[in-house]
Design a protein around this ligand. Sequence first.
Ligand SMILES: [Zn+2]
Length: 320
Amino acid sequence: MTRRTRHLSGRRCLLAIACCLLAMATARAEHVLYDADGRRLEVSVSPRFPVDSRQQITHWAEQLAHSLTLVYGHWPRQRWAIEVETASGSADDPIPWAQVSRGDTDRVSFYVVTNTHTDALAREWTGYHEVSHLLLPYRGWGDTWFSEGLASYYQNLIQARAGLITEQDMWQRLHAGFVRGRDDTRFDGLSLISVNRQMRRNGGYMRVYWSGAWYFLAADLRLRQRSGGSYGLDNALRDLNDCCGEDALSVPEIIHQLDAASKQSVFSELYTQLRNATQMPDHVPLFAELGITIAGDDVVLSDSGAAAQRRRQFLQSTAL
Ligand SMILES: [Zn+2]
């Protein structure tokens, strides 16, 4: 059975242990890669792309896959796939459509405009967002805030960890997202769960997505503070993957497992706080604990002190 979620749109070398070009009857370019744990990824690119574009797109997909190992060292599933199909559209919006399909093999499908350029793909956040969805076991339907929040948070962390954006860019992008969530005020007064339930019909996407991202930043920060930087969200997700990566769990079940893994109640406490919140929580106090202040529309990062040291640790996984 296939389950889908859809979207409109320091290097520790664990990849490229093996990469081979398989001659497919369809002339579809298919590369097979393995991570350090021997987990397998198949990358296939539509033959409708020009040959040189296919090579560039395959390289981009390898970058996405590598970035995903910068959370807990291996890919979430024993087998997964990235498929890239052609799409029509503007080169300014190189990935107009993408989706994650869950099944025996998790599949991330990208629809990429045929006249795209590698640089445009490399700058596009969508790819990093989509692969970040795989960090959670399949959660069933509902509670979009949870999976979208995790992907919105990690898309920025894994790009910075892979050296594709700077630390400044990472926090700036997170700040910009939180501001979009805060500015989505149409449903203030309603709980996050209420807004989430009616989101596809009435909107409120930014409130839902960025409330979720706030949840994971708050949880990550609290775990790191309590452990002196030795245990964070990366560890909790690895433990969740170890126990339940093949399972279909509801969000309350995932939260229970995350609390059990971390031997604390951080996730359930924040869940209670957030699910009843009637507006987007404020990220500025969280940023202050990381030596980040806001000047106009920009983040300002402190250079020294304990908060700055704590902040820089987000550029490394606590699980590696
Ligand atoms: Zn998403």
